[in-house]
Design a protein around this ligand. Structure first.
Ligand SMILES: Cc1ncc(COP(=O)(O)O)c(C=O)c1O
Length: 352
């Protein structure tokens, strides 16, 4: 059937990190901690309460869930939209604001799904690149916006795979270009270091700004697939033009609402994960490795002559990390203290 495939999809392989059955899985930036029992019980009850009503479609506009998310973010409910993961939110944004004949701009290395979502929506993708230290300056970002006149610009803060959060002046400088919509992907916002602001505080000032968030990381809720965005109400209305009807199942909405009612307990692991992140940074640096600063729950480290061989050697020791395709570098998720010890121990083996 490949002859019928769109030309730009021919010969491509599907996106996805290996899902291997390994003792220490630190490759997809999940939260390593299972749900606390009282939260699991609350989710179970919420799901059970939904079961007899499953003959009906869910609330198409997920009103109650959006109210809960708005409360968590501290914004008005009409500014919030939710979908099956922030991936789906970003796809809806491209469907509404980009697509054939239009351009989306990102600054790689950044989240590899952004160009793939552009591909899927037949949007022209432009990689504006970054400095050699993976930094992104306002001057460089603005120059790229002026050159490519994107309909959608993706900024990622903290940036995956490098880990570092973006200085707010870069976000503001891009917004001040008044070109298209500007999406700040804040999937890892809850892990940022003290003093690092979020783009949520810019929403009142900038109508073109969209901030995407997720429950997949800090909330330890990746299996549920719940992402959301905060934006001007007119952007929320725009994505409703392209969303599938009833895109968020009743079960997803109920599970997410039960979890949000326990957000403090769920986010209770964030500080512990940040400690392990800082431990990874410190110990790798002490061991002579190059390590990018991180505001996220993962760390980019290197440099290896052959990162594929290093990835395999770590796997041989039972530790799965991520080869993000960046020559010389690998990425590891900060998990439990035991997982960190296993990873750092395996790294010592790499020096031998
Ligand atoms: C930067 C970034 N944005 C978005 C996502 C996707 O998150 P979700 O599970 O909400 O689709 C990820 C997942 O790894 C990510 O790294």
């Amino acid at each position: 059937m490949s002859e019928f495939l769109r030309d730009e999809l021919k010969g491509r392989t599907a996106y996805g990190a290996p899902q291997l059955d390994v003792a220490v899985r630190l490759n997809t930036n999940e939260n390593s901690y299972p749900l606390p029992s009282d939260v699991a019980d609350a989710v179970e009850k919420a799901l059970s309460d939904e079961l007899r009503g499953l003959n009906r479609y869910p609330d198409r506009d997920a009103v109650a869930l959006r109210e809960d998310l708005a409360r968590y973010l501290g914004v008005a409910p009409e500014r919030v939209w939710a979908a099956n993961g922030s991936n789906e939110i970003q796809q809806q944004l491209l469907q509404a604001f980009a697509g054939p004949g239009r351009t989306a701009l990102g600054f790689g290395p950044a989240y590899s799904m952004h160009p793939l979502l552009a591909l899927g929506t037949a949007t022209t993708w432009v990689d504006g690149g970054r400095g050699p230290d993976f930094g992104l300056t306002a001057q460089h970002a603005v120059a790229q916006v002026k050159e490519h006149l994107p309909h959608v610009t993706f900024l990622c803060s903290p940036n995956n795979p490098t880990g570092t959060a973006l200085s707010p002046d870069v976000v503001e400088a891009v917004l001040e270009q008044e070109r298209g919509i500007v999406v700040v992907d804040e999937a890892y916002a809850e892990f940022r270091r003290p003093g690092m602001p979020t783009a949520i505080s810019l929403l009142d000032k900038h109508e073109r700004l969209v901030v995407t968030r997720t429950m997949s990381k800090a909330f330890a809720f990746a299996g549920v697939r719940l992402g959301y965005m905060a934006a001007h109400p007119s952007i929320v209305e725009a994505v409703q033009l392209v969303r599938l009807p009833y895109h968020l199942s009743s079960l997803t909405q109920a599970a997410a609402r039960a979890a949000l009612a326990h957000s403090e307990a769920l986010l209770g692991t964030v500080e512990a994960i940040k400690e392990q992140r800082d431990r990874i940074v410190d110990e790798l640096r002490a061991g002579g490795w190059q390590v990018a600063d991180s505001d996220a729950n993962f760390v980019l480290f290197g440099r290896f002559d052959d990162q594929k061989a290093a990835w395999q050697r770590l796997l041989d020791q039972g530790v799965l990390v991520r080869d993000v395709g960046l020559p010389g570098w690998l990425r590891v998720t900060a998990g439990t203290p035991e997982e960190t010890s296993a990873f750092l121990g395996a790294m010592k083996g790499l020096r031998a």
